[in-house]
Design a protein around this ligand. Structure first.
Ligand code: MV4
Length: 445
C-alpha cells in the first residue's frame, strides 16, 4: 500500500480523497494555488505545498510544479481527482517516468478513449453496441452524404477530438449537410487542432445512463450499476440518481455486461464509467468512457455501500477485486449546489459565503469544502456542494431532498437551491419521466 498520496486537485474532491486516505492510514499532501490558501483541503492534509497563482494553468494544471511537490514531499502516488489533470495522458506518462503511481488510467488508455472515433471503433470490435454511422472518420463531404442517405436523417456530425457535448452538429436534411460539414470541421480545427469528423444517426430525446465499472491488474472487471444523468443543462449535469427510474432488471444486466466488455477491451485498471445513450425503446449505445472518478460517484457509494475512492487506491496499489457485480439496495439522488444564479441563465456567482447552515438528519450526505466566511474564487468551477439523499424508495429520497433543500441556508452568493426545490415538485420528474431534453422546457418561477 502507498505511504503518502499527493492530491492534485482542490475543493470537495480533494477533501473527499483526504478523508479516505486518513481512514486507510495513508499520509496526504495537498497542493494549492494562492487563491486556495484558506481552503479546507490545505488544513486537512498532513502537508501542503503552494504550486502557483490562481489561474489553473499556473497551478492545478502546472505539471512541473506538481511533480516537484511530489518529489520534495516523497509522495509515492498522485490522485488527480476529476477535471484538471485527471485525463491528461502526458501527466500520466510523466508520473510513471518519475516512479510516482498515477491513480488513474495509462497514457494509452487516456488517448485511446480521448479520440472518440477510435474509442467507438474499439468498443464496436469488443461487441459493445454503438450507434449506426460512418466507419471511422469521414474522408469527404460526398462520403458523409452517402452515409447519411443510408442511415437516414436526422444525423449528427461529431468531432473525434470533441466529447462532453463539444464539437457536434445535428443535420436534419440533405440540403443542409455540406454547410454543417464545413462549419463543424472549421470549429473542430480551431477548438481542438484536429478537424477529424465522424457521423452517426441522431438519437432524439435519449437518456444519459452511465455504468460504474472497476477493473484490476489481473484481468478481472465488474460493474457497480448505473447512474441516470439525463438532467443536464448545456452538458452540465445538475442532478443524478441511482437506480435510473427508466431501468429494468433486464436492461441493467445487459448494460452491465456491455460495460464490463468495454473495460476488458482496454484492460482497464481502476474505477471508470461507461456512458450510454438509451433511446425510448431501451436500445442502448456506447457514447464515451471516462477514465476518472466522477463528480457523481457518491450516489453509487450510497446505494451499494462501497467507498469508491478506497477501491481506486486499493486497485492502484495492486489489490485484486472480487469480480462480483453490485446492485442498488437503496435509492440515492445528488443535487449539485452551485454558486450560480438559476434566475439569470445560471450565471456564476462567486463571492463570500456570509452565512451557512448545512442540512443533516437521516438519509442526508453533504460533500463540500465550504464554511461560513469562505470565499468562492472566480477562477474555478462554481460547485459549492453535492447534496445527496438516500432512502429505501425513490419517492422517499425525493421527499428527503425536498426537506434538506428547505433547511439549506447559503447567504452571500446566489445558488441553484431554488432550481432544485422546484424540480422536486415537478410532476414529470416525480414520475421519473425525463430525458436529456427535460430542462429545455423547464421554466423557473
Ligand atoms: C448524441 C446525441 C444523439 N444522437 N449522439 C452529448 C454529449 C456527447 N458525449 C454526446 N452527446 C450526444 N450525442 C447521437 N448519435 C445526443 C447527445 C446529447 C446528450 C447526450 C447526453 C446527455 C445530454 C445530451 C444533451 C444533448 C445532446
Amino acid at each position: 500500500m502507498f505511504n503518502k498520496i499527493l492530491i492534485a486537485n482542490r475543493g470537495e474532491i480533494a477533501l473527499r480523497i483526504i478523508r479516505t486516505c486518513k481512514e486507510m492510514g495513508i499520509k496526504t499532501v495537498a497542493v494549492y494555488s494562492t487563491a486556495d490558501r484558506e481552503s479546507l483541503h490545505v488544513r486537512f492534509a498532513d502537508e501542503a505545498v503552494c504550486i502557483g497563482p490562481p489561474p489553473s494553468k499556473g497551478s492545478y494544471l502546472n505539471i512541473p510544479n506538481i511533480i516537484a511537490a511530489a518529489e520534495i514531499t516523497n509522495a509515492d502516488a498522485i490522485h488527480p481527482g476529476y477535471g484538471f489533470l485527471s485525463e491528461n495522458s502526458k501527466f500520466s506518462a510523466i508520473c510513471a517516468k518519475n516512479k510516482i503511481k498515477f491513480i488513474g488510467a495509462t497514457p494509452e488508455q487516456i488517448d485511446g478513449m480521448g479520440d472518440k472515433s477510435n474509442a467507438k471503433n474499439t468498443m464496436k470490435l469488443a461487441g459493445v453496441p454503438t450507434i449506426p454511422g460512418s466507419e471511422g472518420l469521414l474522408n469527404s463531404v460526398e462520403e458523409g452524404l452517402s452515409v447519411a442517405e443510408k442511415i437516414k436523417y436526422p444525423v449528427i456530425l461529431k468531432a473525434t477530438a470533441g466529447g462532453g457535448g463539444r464539437g457536434m452538429r445535428i443535420v436534419w436534411k440533405p440540403e443542409d449537410f455540406e454547410e454543417e460539414w464545413n462549419v463543424a470541421r472549421q470549429e473542430a480545427g480551431a477548438a481542438f487542432g484536429n478537424d477529424g469528423m465522424y457521423l452517426e444517426k441522431y438519437i432524439e430525446e435519449p437518456r444519459h445512463i452511465e455504468i460504474q465499472i472497476a477493473g484490476d491488474q489481473y484481468g478481472k472487471a465488474c460493474h457497480l450499476s448505473e447512474r441516470d444523468c439525463s438532467i443536464q443543462r448545456r452538458h452540465q449535469k445538475l442532478l443524478e440518481e441511482t437506480p435510473s427510474p427508466f431501468m429494468t432488471k433486464e436492461l441493467r444486466e445487459k448494460m452491465g455486461e456491455a460495460a464490463i466488455k468495454a473495460a476488458l477491451a482496454v484492460k482497464y485498471e481502476g474505477v471508470g464509467t461507461v456512458e450510454f445513450l438509451v433511446d425510448k425503446h431501451r436500445n442502448f449505445y456506447f457514447m464515451e468512457m471516462n477514465t476518472r472518478i466522477q463528480v457523481e460517484h457518491p450516489i453509487t457509494e450510497e446505494v451499494i455501500n462501497y467507498d469508491l475512492i478506497k477501491e481506486q487506491i486499493k486497485i492502484a496499489s495492486g489489490d485484486p477485486i472480487s469480480g462480483k457485480n453490485y446492485f442498488p439496495a437503496m435509492h440515492a439522488i445528488e443535487c449539485r449546489i452551485n454558486a450560480e444564479d438559476p434566475y439569470n441563465n445560471f450565471r456564476p456567482s462567486p463571492g463570500r459565503i456570509t452565512n451557512l447552515h448545512v442540512p443533516g438528519g437521516h438519509g442526508v450526505r453533504v460533500d463540500s469544502h465550504v464554511y461560513a466566511g469562505y470565499t468562492i474564487p472566480s477562477n474555478y468551477d462554481s460547485m459549492i456542494s453535492k447534496l445527496i439523499t438516500i432512502a429505501q424508495t425513490r419517492e422517499e429520497a425525493i421527499n428527503t431532498m425536498e426537506r434538506a433543500l428547505s433547511e439549506y441556508v447559503i447567504e452571500g452568493v446566489k445558488t441553484t437551491i431554488p432550481f432544485h426545490a422546484q424540480l422536486m415538485k415537478n410532476e414529470d420528474f416525480r414520475k421519473g419521466n425525463y430525458t436529456t431534453k427535460f430542462l429545455e422546457n423547464f421554466k423557473l418561477v
